[in-house]
Design a protein around this ligand. Structure first.
Ligand code: GUN
Ligand code: ZN
Length: 435
């Protein structure tokens, strides 16, 4: 047994969905709290006086001032090969893919490029307090080997997959139904449950896969029932019309995926902005998951995600940055845009609901709530130390905040990587902000 480490600060974490539990039961807050970590797991949590009384007097305690500890953030949709093309001007989805995205992803034919970008990408996630993400690679098998190698070095819990794409993209980015199956299978065998790494079967979206390739994706899920599926769904109206013209025998966009056996509790569909009622119901009845990506949806002019309908239909939802269509790696900035998207639909996003979505809700969306998502005893020790004085303006506004909710809301509306003082992964510090 390794030595215990303890961290003393204000501590808040989510206990469940405020929509289901009510606000009061949905969180725990210790204004002066201690978190104890041993062997990569959380072994104690509570008010400082009580926790310290339970441990030997020589327990090493890191003391923080003006800090708030919470669980590491969980990003349920992001593309690592798009890191260096974030903020590409002027287009909506389909032209954006053709003009910017595909040329950028072609660079990942070079494994050294892939390794360099994967390393930068993971450091950027950690600098933003994100400790788990569901990640698209490029079509190249080596892009995912590079990604998992870099994730393994940091011991981060990541889910990722090689893009499957065998039509409607430049020739140098196409695989085939057969090679995509073989490559994905080899990657599953090599990486799924290797340490903290997990695999996601990753058909890019219906237009870039032939029926034969979607059938192969379904075959992989049937052969490996505990791997994930990630793809895109109903992001843009032109895209939806295109899918309907490519698959006229299917009743709609979601039905294409359904037909090939791609729905289910480990299937995560990004965007889902323009859904039919029957599609909402089918997502609910199959326990499929949505990833809502507000910075991307605003940037590409795609539309507004209907969080209320998801709640009505009891569809699990996580938040995603969707970099490089998304405009920030920060889950705090993502929350700020989610708040505004709710405002545009006459709804509120309470800071405790936002905290839930970015942590425990993300873990539930990824069926990982037994391992990560909050600071419950026994969970893997992924947590962030947020700086309540991260910028002069944030400090001023925090000094004028009257309670936890106001503090959280200030961090969410004004915060980004500047308020992430430290990020811990499996009990080890993997990021410290330089002052
Ligand atoms: N649909 C298909 N591919 C992509 C992608 O890379 N980004 C986004 N936002 N939507 C997509
Ligand atoms: Zn995406």
């Amino acid at each position: 047994m390794s030595q215990a480490s303890a961290y003393r600060a204000a501590i808040v974490h989510s206990l469940g969905d405020p929509t289901q539990l009510g606000l009061e039961a949905s969180y725990q807050y210790f204004p002066d709290g201690v978190l104890v970590v041993e062997d990569g797991h959380i072994s104690d949590l509570g008010p400082a006086e009580e926790v310290l009384a339970r441990w030997p007097a020589n327990l090493e305690v890191v003391q923080y001032q003006h800090k708030l500890i919470t669980a590491g953030f969980i990003d349920t949709h992001i593309h690592y090969p798009q890191t260096e093309m974030i903020a590409s001007y002027g287009e909506q989805l389909l032209d954006w893919l053709n003009n910017y995205t595909f040329p950028e992803e072609a660079k990942f034919a070079d494994p050294e490029h892939a390794q360099r970008v994967a390393s930068f990408f993971l450091d950027e996630l950690l600098a933003n307090g994100t400790t788990t993400a569901l990640v698209f690679g490029s079509v190249h098998k080596a892009s995912i080997d590079a990604f998992f190698r870099e994730s393994e070095r940091r011991n981060t819990r990541m889910i990722a997959g090689k893009v499957m794409m065998d039509r409607h993209a430049p020739d140098n980015l196409l695989d085939t139904a057969g090679t995509s199956y073989e490559d994905s299978k080899a990657l599953i065998e090599r990486w799924h449950n290797q340490g903290r790494q997990l695999y996601a079967v990753t058909p890019r979206f219906a237009p870039t896969s032939t029926p034969e390739q979607l059938a192969m994706a379904g075959r992989l899920l049937a052969e490996y029932p505990d791997v994930y599926l990630q793809t895109h769904l109903s992001e843009n109206r032109q895209e939806i019309e295109w899918v309907k013209s490519l698959f006229p025998q299917r009743s709609g966009y979601l039905d294409v995926y359904d037909h090939f056996g791609l729905l289910g509790k480990r299937s995560v569909f990004a965007h889902a902005i323009h859904l039919e009622q029957s599609e909402w119901q089918r997502l609910g009845s199959t326990d499929s998951v949505l990833s809502s990506c507000p910075t991307s949806n605003l940037f590409l002019g795609s539309g507004l995600f209907d969080l209320n309908e998801a709640e009505l239909q009891q569809v699990r939802v996580g938040l995603g940055t969707d970099v490089g269509a998304g405009t920030s790696f920060s889950m705090l900035k993502t929350i700020a845009e989610a708040y505004k998207v709710q405002q545009l639909q006459q709804h509120k996003l309470h800071p405790l609901k936002a905290l839930y979505l970015a942590t425990l809700g993300g873990a539930q969306a990824l069926s990982l709530e037994g391992k990560i998502g909050n600071l419950a005893i026994g969970k893997e020790a992924d947590f962030v130390v947020l700086d309540l004085h991260g910028t002069p303006l944030i400090q001023k506004r925090i000094e004028n905040a009257h309670n936890l909710f106001e503090q959280l809301f200030v961090l969410m509306i004004l915060g980004d990587d500047r308020v992430v003082a430290e990020t811990y992964v499996y009990g080890a510090r993997q990021h410290q902000r330089s002052s």
